[in-house]
Design a protein around this ligand. Structure first.
Ligand SMILES: NC(=O)c1ccc[n+]([C@@H]2O[C@H](COP(=O)([O-])OP(=O)(O)OC[C@H]3O[C@@H](n4cnc5c(N)ncnc54)[C@H](O)[C@@H]3O)[C@@H](O)[C@H]2O)c1
Ligand SMILES: O=C(O)C(=O)C[C@]1(C(=O)O)C=C[C@@H](O)C=C1
Length: 302
């Protein structure tokens, strides 16, 4: 049996379109209605044909839905919740895919006080955005973290869990605050570091900058991939997960200062010990099959 039969996807960029492709591939018979605030995106989605219907308003998209999946940037969640409030069926489950969870739950529960809200975060993505960037296998063997509120109905959590499992994801259930702390270090801080290092390189004098581009084969190139991620999405992530990101940034700055001191005072053994520890972490990630450097994950879409 299908976990949901009428799915409204609001926001048809990378994640919204990947969900639509994935539903098509794994839940035959489920009907997908899409909406995006950008009319050029709506027109492109009609051309691409991954929705059964594309509505002209968010309200119209949700009227018959049993699942409403909000796939907009975190900073747009409050506005979109207000837009669907009057048309949302009482028995529909509302979920989202936002990269931070505490603030999203806060705005959704305030704007939709009687809605059945089960937030989710697929820990899978690429640096690309928009409706052309999506693909059906994005969530295969990747984690999807659910952060249901304490009073969520168990049946609702099970339904959302079944939905993501059908799309190939592995499910973890977590408290929103814990999610935001963990993701601050595993996802948000790495993006901030990548944005910083690429920004620093681009601030160098013209002649050095062209050499940076010319010789960016390994390490720097990997950072530029991450630093090419969507500016709106990431601005919203940092604004919405401020406390956890600032806490992790503080720890990171302290560790960086310790490394600076080790280099200054020729403490090579301290560097060697740290690099040995970090190499072991990378090897563990690969052993546990979570190395996303190996599969393509949509990079061939570049
Ligand atoms: N990109 C990733 O790697 C990734 C991974 C997991 C989760 N997420 C989360 O998924 C969500 C969507 O990210 P994405 O990468 O698909 O972004 P995207 O830029 O590819 O798509 C977002 C879409 O939302 C639309 N939109 C913006 N405001 C809207 C509104 N008020 N009403 C309707 N549509 C609106 C935009 O026009 C755009 O088409 C974000 O909350 C992000 O944090 C992203
Ligand atoms: O692989 C990438 O390009 C990503 O940045 C994906 C990534 C991540 O940091 O792991 C980015 C943001 C999401 O919320 C989840 C996944």
């Amino acid at each position: 049996m299908l976990p949901f039969s009428n799915i409204a996807i609001i926001g048809l960029g990378l994640i919204g379109s990947s969900i639509a492709h994935s539903v098509r591939a794994s839940m035959a018979g489920a009907r997908i209605t899409g909406f995006d605030a950008d009319p050029t995106v709506r027109a492109r989605v009609i051309e691409l044909g991954f929705c059964d219907d594309v509505s002209d308003s968010a309200g119209a998209a949700v009227t018959d839905a049993d699942l409403v999946m909000l796939c907009v940037p975190v900073g747009a969640m409050a506005a979109i919740a207000a837009e669907i409030a009057d048309d949302l069926p009482a028995d529909a489950i509302v979920s989202d895919v936002g990269s931070s969870k505490g603030s999203v739950m806060e705005v959704l529960s305030k704007t939709l006080p009687s809605a059945r809200i089960i937030p989710a975060h697929p820990v899978a993505g690429t640096e690309h955005s928009g409706p052309d960037a999506g693909f059906a296998t994005l969530f295969h063997d990747r984690w999807c973290i659910l952060t249901p509120p304490d009073d969520a109905l168990e049946g609702d959590v099970e339904q959302v869990k079944a939905f993501w499992e059908k799309m190939g994801a592995n499910i973890e259930i977590m408290d929103a605050k814990h999610h935001d702390l963990v993701l601050a270090v595993t996802s948000h801080l790495p993006h901030l570091i990548a944005y910083t290092i690429v920004g620093t390189a681009s601030d160098l004098e013209d002649v050095t900058r062209s050499e940076v581009i010319k010789y960016s084969a390994g390490g720097f190139r990997d950072f530029t991939r991450i630093a090419a991620s969507d500016p709106t999405m990431w601005r919203d992530v940092f604004m919405s997960n401020k406390d956890a990101v600032l806490e992790m940034l503080q720890r990171f700055s302290e560790d960086l200062t310790a490394l600076q001191r080790a280099i200054r005072w020729d403490k090579g053994d301290e560097l060697f010990d740290l690099f040995t520890k970090t190499r072991a972490i990378r090897r563990r990630i690969i052993e546990e099959g979570q190395d996303d450097a190996a599969p393509d994950f949509g990079r061939s879409h570049e």
